[in-house]
Ligand binder design. Structure first.
Ligand code: ADP
Length: 541
């Protein structure tokens, strides 16, 4: 020990310690899942821990070595949680693949990661059978089911439950340095190839501990948490890890994302806290409006991935549910900022508080952020100046998986690709993604602000705003909307709704009604497709 060292224990921050903690200190706390085979499955942290050990030993027996990538193509269920911990506990890298990607992207990702095993739900057998001939590194295909539900296939399939039955419940977790690779997630790659973000055990544990905090996700042993955010999208925003650290009850919606199933699960399981992207909650709120149901014990919803419209915050408030806004990205594990009000914000009049809730919240400990101009000079935190948003911290990417050069500048700052303000309260306001901001006559228009104002118009279900080429102004905003079923809303209604709420020069040059808007694999509006389709809308091209 060097003379300058502290005298405390060296206890590497390894992910399996989170599961050990839950199993030892909250053994009977439940993990409730809607099963892929149907029905509701109930288990406990202790049972999941035992089965994770079995899986770890089975993977080792299949020849998987520390550092090897083991992929999952799976819904949020107890088995997927076991996969995470089992893979990490034997030193493997848990690569959670997003099944909503196209075949070519799936193939690219699995080959780039050099996945050796693919564990998947029966739902995805058709996809796996299609892409298997192009997967160059996968040697074992494991179906996350029991013998009775094992499908027949030209592929040589292994049965998950059979593997576990033969596994060793006393398998010893692998001791590793905390800097060792843990999870692997690819960005959805709306432009260019997807990029891999390789989390470490240390980054994952630090992020999980931070996530439980009172002003972050406020997780405790009494929390019954439903992450509708999928584990294949940045590890369900860290809930499988954070809930283990806190000893929370985990409620998982499996393959069911429809409003009726979510509603039933929330009420039946006494869920008090849920997390997910805006589109999920849009569906749920409309369902409740139509059916007259309530939300049971739900008191908090955490929404992120895209900006939350004010109308959604108000609709939840009317149902006694507080919305907290979360901003993050795959490169940030994912949490960057979060919304719970400071005492100063809580002292503001109600309407101003709601406005603050539409902002993306403040940085939690572990996230440094700043906004800079084109020259890299830091801009003031006055809520007005906007610039490139840069971040730095222990759970933020340094170098993408298998990339030649770091993704950060010489001082360790990562450019998020977002344009933002930071106000005097420290609240982040995402103006836009840099590539989505509309540049009209040298001034910038926020597509996010316009979209969120438009969805406040009665009869409008969803809205997208893109910049389309314009002979005089370079670009002008085009508003593309989906009306609610049966609503008789017109272009004039939408423009009349916008008029008192936006600067006049922000007024969209046209409003187009469509049946459906395209989305990315992570539920965001797919603006590249819209820009392509409407490129000539104002120029007649
Ligand atoms: P992708 O793989 O699609 O990039 P990410 O989840 O990593 O998926 O996306 C991160 C981006 O999503 C952020 O850079 C930001 O532009 C956007 N985003 C995330 N949360 C919010 C939010 N609360 N408000 C506005 N934009 C958000």
């Amino acid at each position: 020990m060097a003379a300058t060292d502290g005298g405390m224990q060296d206890w590497p921050l390894l992910t399996w310690r989170l599961l050990d903690h839950a199993a030892r200190n909250h053994p009977a706390r439940e993990i409730v899942s809607l099963a892929v085979e149907g029905g509701t499955h109930r288990t406990t942290w202790a049972a999941v821990a035992e089965r994770s050990h079995r899986l770890a030993s089975a993977l080792a027996a299949l020849g998987i070595a520390p550092g090897d990538r083991v992929a999952t193509l799976a819904w949020n269920t107890w088995r997927h949680v076991e996969c995470l911990y089992g893979i990490l506990g034997m030193g493997g890298v848990a690569h959670t693949i997003n099944p909503r990607l196209f075949d070519d992207q799936l193939v690219y990702i699995a080959n780039h990661a050099a996945d050796r095993v693919l564990l998947f739900d029966t739902t995805f057998l058709p996809v796996v059978e299609r892409i298997a001939p192009r997967l160059t590194t996968v040697v074992h295909y494991v179906v996350l089911t029991d013998r009775a539900h094992l499908p027949t296939s030209p592929l040589d399939l292994l049965c998950y439950e059979t593997l576990l039955a033969g596994g060793d419940p006393a398998f010893a977790w692998l001791g590793l340095p905390e800097s060792a690779a843990a999870g692997l997630c690819y960005t959805s790659g709306t432009t260019g190839n997807p990029k891999g973000v390789l989390y470490s055990h240390r980054s994952t544990v630090l992020h999980a501990l931070a996530a439980t905090g009172a002003d972050v996700l406020a997780l405790g042993a009494a929390t019954r948490v439903l992450p509708v955010a999928p584990m294949f999208h940045v590890n369900a925003w860290s809930i499988p890890y954070a809930a283990a650290a806190a000893g929370s009850t985990l409620v998982l919606n499996g393959p069911h994302f429809d409003a009726a199933s979510l509603h039933r699960l929330i009420v039946d399981e006494g869920v008090d806290f849920a997390l997910g992207v805006p589109t999920v909650w849009l569906g749920l709120l409309q369902y409740l409006d139509a059916t007259g149901g309530d939300l049971g014990k739900l008191t908090r919803v955490n929404i992120g991935g895209s900006a939350v419209p004010r109308s959604m915050i108000e609709a939840f408030a009317a149902r006694g549910v507080t919305v907290s806004h979360l901003w993050g990205m795959t490169e940030m594990s994912p949490i960057g900022t979060i919304g719970p009000p400071t005492p100063e914000v809580a002292a503001l009049p109600e309407a101003e508080q709601t406005t603050m809730r539409t902002k993306q919240g403040r940085a939690l400990f572990g996230v440094e952020m700043k906004i800079v101009d084109d020259a890299g000079t830091e801009l003031p935190r006055d809520g007005v100046a906007f610039g490139w948003l840069l971040v730095r911290g222990p759970w933020i990417v340094d170098t993408y998986f298998r990339a030649d050069a770091p993704a950060v500048d010489g001082d360790g700052w990562f450019d998020t690709g977002d344009v933002a303000t930071i106000d005097t309260f420290g609240y982040l306001g995402i103006v836009d993604r840099a590539k989505d901001v509309i540049k009209s006559g040298g001034e910038w228009i926020s597509s996010i602000d316009l979209e969120n104002t438009a969805v406040g118009c009665p009869g409008i279900h969803e809205a997208a705003v893109i910049g389309v080429p314009h002979p005089k102004w370079d670009e002008r905003p085009l508003l593309i909307v989906v009306a609610r079923p049966g609503a008789a809303v017109t272009k004039a209604d939408v423009l009349a709704h916008l008029a008192p709420r936006i600067a006049r020069w922000w007024t969209p040059d046209d409003v187009v009604f469509v049946d459906e808007l395209p989305h990315t694999a992570t539920g965001k509006l797919l603006k590249t497709a819209l820009r392509e389709r409407f490129r000539g809308h104002l120029t007649g091209g």
